[in-house]
Design a protein. Structure first.
Lengths: 119, 549
């Protein structure tokens, strides 16, 4: 059975490309455009994602607020990889208690390596 | 005309005193005199009025010249003292001179009296002048010492509250008994920044008491106020005898005031103290202004750093997508076998990549535009522009985004609104406004209405989205004014700033009307013809439209 990855990203082009890539690599992919949609998905989905790829700067509810809510929810154990364009990725990883960070613009080899490791 | 001479005569014989006064009267003086024969009477006379000279007989039954000289010294007054006697011998006369008498003469040689009086009064006046000059020199030295010390303190740190409190303490007691500094707040109200007195507790008391009495003219009007003699009974009650207030001025702005006051010392402030007060005030004002400028510069640096962080993030978004598209395409190409991704996939990839390039280009152009606008290096190409046409064209360009965002669009435009504007820049205004509406109010209704009168065109771009709070409305048209701390909304925060620069360069106005939760309406008013004299911030206008741009 394919592992499910939830991508939380507000930029549709990045989201589409990442989804296409991960599906090509054999994963099932669900998408959410902001932290609120992501939380709604987790509550409603019959399948629990193996990994959440989380962007930080999003409208409605950003990555920080989502992660805080997730850590205080029944979904706290789902590992998170943070996708960030900022320089402070190491700081963000610790701050968000993430398994890893992938820096934007992504290197797809790095992305798939992290996804396979963490999921 | 006879010159008045105020003489205090120490003499028990009224007749002898009369002889003296007649001699003096014959020499061209008009004597105004009093005769005393006891220490107490002399003390009372010295205290009651001013005298020009004292003439004393050597020996009186209950007093004498030696006692009189002693009494004069005790009074602290400096007056010429001439001993006149019929009986004093040379030895006693010399002793009296050594004790401080200025001259002595015998009663049977009174023809020498007036020359002696003139000489001694002349000497006395010289002494007075010398003392005044020395006093002035001492005062100047004190004033310069205070200014020097204060300058050192004021320049030692940008924490002007601390340095001013320390600096004004240097003025006590050399140039005043009490010193206060008040500042004008941004709201226009006043506050006391610093108070100095030799007794810190008294400083607090004076400061609080004076706060209740209202503020100096210098603070209220920016004008110097010198009160050499206080008549205000309330101030007199607390012991303040004179005051001098000067405004603190920097770059033609009144920052506050510096007030010097005399209290317990009984000294007086006057016009001769103005220069030191103004020098002190000037240095104090510079210290405050420098600190404010530094804060301003720091804030600008922080805003710039925040902007660079946001810009870096925003630029990376289309670059991320571009890189992913290229990597995905590369993965689909196998040089050994010649396999390539299907044409429709390649087509879609290239399309998406081109969109990202356009996004990047727009971001960079916005940044450059904002920078050029800030430094006044933007040029405009004027020509006839059909406003309704521009609006329809821009909405057409955004049709797919509007559809994706599920925004309902309505246009209500009077026909044939033709203005003399820069078409590309006016388009840019509507591109930014529509783009904002999609970003900030997705799914809402969007209505664009355009009308005109004889002089100007008016456009309202109204959405039914979340609206803009009153707080954010204050700086929404500034650079990075989208609220740089609000990470929920992405973007450079330059769109509305650019809109404002373009509209205002055309002589128009742009504003927003919004309540939170009730959508936002952006209202633009554009003169139909740009006044060529309206060249703002170095923006230049060219007559011919450049078709290649």
């Amino acid at each position: 059975m394919k592992k499910l990855i939830l991508i939380v990203e507000d930029d549709l082009d990045i989201l589409d490309s990442a989804k296409l890539f991960l599906e090509m690599e054999g994963f099932e992919v669900a998408e959410a455009h902001n932290g609120q949609e992501a939380m709604d998905f987790l509550k409603e989905s019959p399948t629990r994602p193996s990994l959440i790829l989380l962007d930080l700067m999003m409208p409605i509810k950003d990555g920080f607020d989502f992660r805080n809510e997730q850590l205080d929810s029944p979904f706290a154990s789902i590992p998170v990889v943070v996708m960030t364009a900022e320089g402070r990725w190491s700081e963000r990883k610790d701050q968000l208690k993430a398994e890893a960070t992938v820096k934007k613009p992504f290197d797809l080899d790095r992305l798939i390596e992290v996804v396979r490791q963490v999921s | 005309m006879k010159k008045k001479l105020r003489i205090l005569i120490i003499e028990d014989s009224e007749a002898d005193a009369e002889i003296l006064l007649r001699q003096i009267g014959r020499s061209g003086y008009e004597p105004v005199s009093a005769r005393v024969e006891t220490k107490e009477a002399m003390q009372a006379a010295l205290a009651s009025r001013e005298w020009d000279i004292i003439i004393a007989d050597y020996s009186l039954p209950r007093f004498g010249a030696e006692g009189a000289l002693e009494t004069l010294k005790e009074s602290g007054l400096d007056l010429p003292f001439i001993l006149v006697s019929g009986t004093v011998g040379e030895e006693k006369a010399v002793r009296m001179m050594k004790a401080g008498a200025d001259d002595y003469l015998l009663k049977d040689h009174l023809e020498r009296l007036c020359p002696a009086i003139e000489r001694e009064i002349g000497e006395f006046l010289n002494r007075q002048e010398r003392r005044k000059a020395e006093e002035e020199l001492r005062r100047n030295r004190n004033q310069l010492a205070v200014l020097s010390e204060a300058s050192g303190i004021l320049g030692s740190s940008l924490d002007y509250t601390t340095t001013i409190n320390r600096a004004i303490q240097a003025a006590i007691p050399k140039i005043c008994d009490l010193c206060l500094v008040h500042l004008v707040n941004e709201s226009g109200t006043f506050r006391r920044l610093a108070t100095a007195h030799s007794d810190p507790k008294q400083a607090v008391n004076y400061g609080e008491w004076l706060d209740q009495q209202g503020y100096s003219k210098a603070l209220r009007t920016g004008e110097v106020e010198i009160l050499s003699e206080i008549h205000d009974s309330e101030l007199l009650k607390i012991g303040v005898g004179s005051s001098l207030s000067v405004p603190l001025m920097a770059r033609n702005r009144t920052l506050g005031s510096l007030t010097l006051m005399m209290a317990e010392s009984g000294r007086c402030l006057g016009p001769s103290d103005l220069w030191v007060a103004q020098e002190f005030a000037s240095r104090t004002a510079s210290a405050i202004d420098n600190a404010l400028l530094y804060d301003e510069a720091q804030r600008a640096i922080n805003v710039r750093d925040e902007f660079l962080m946001i810009a870096s993030h925003e630029l990376k978004t289309p670059i991320t997508s571009l890189k992913m598209q290229l990597q995905l395409t590369r993965r689909g190409i196998h040089p050994e076998s010649g396999a390539v991704p299907p044409a429709n996939q390649l087509f879609k990839t290239i399309d998406t990549s081109l969109v990202q390039v356009d996004r990047l280009t727009k971001l960079i152009e916005d940044m450059l535009d904002a920078s050029r606008m800030q430094s006044g290096k933007l040029s405009f190409e004027l020509g006839p522009v059909n406003l309704g046409g521009v609006i329809e064209e821009v909405l057409g360009r955004f049709s797919s985004e509007l559809a994706s965002a599920k925004s309902q669009v309505e246009i209500e435009a009077q026909p044939d609104i033709i203005g003399y504007w820069d078409k590309a820049r006016i388009e840019q205004v509507f591109i930014n406004l529509i783009s904002n509406a999609i970003k900030y109010a997705p799914g809402s209704s969007l209505k664009v209405s355009a009308s005109r009168d004889d002089v100007q065109a008016k456009v309202i771009v109204r959405d039914t989205g979340p609206g803009i709070s009153k707080e954010k409305q204050k700086n929404v048209f500034e650079r990075f004014g989208r609220g740089t701390l609000d990470h929920n909304i992405v973007g450079l925060g330059l769109g509305l700033y650019i809109c404002r620069q373009i509209v205002e360069a055309h002589g128009g106005t742009i504003g927003v009307y919004s309540n939170e939760g009730e959508g936002a309406a952006f209202i633009i008013e554009l003169p139909l013809a740009v006044d060529e004299s309206h060249v703002t911030r170095g923006i230049s206008f060219n007559e011919k439209a450049d078709l290649d741009r």
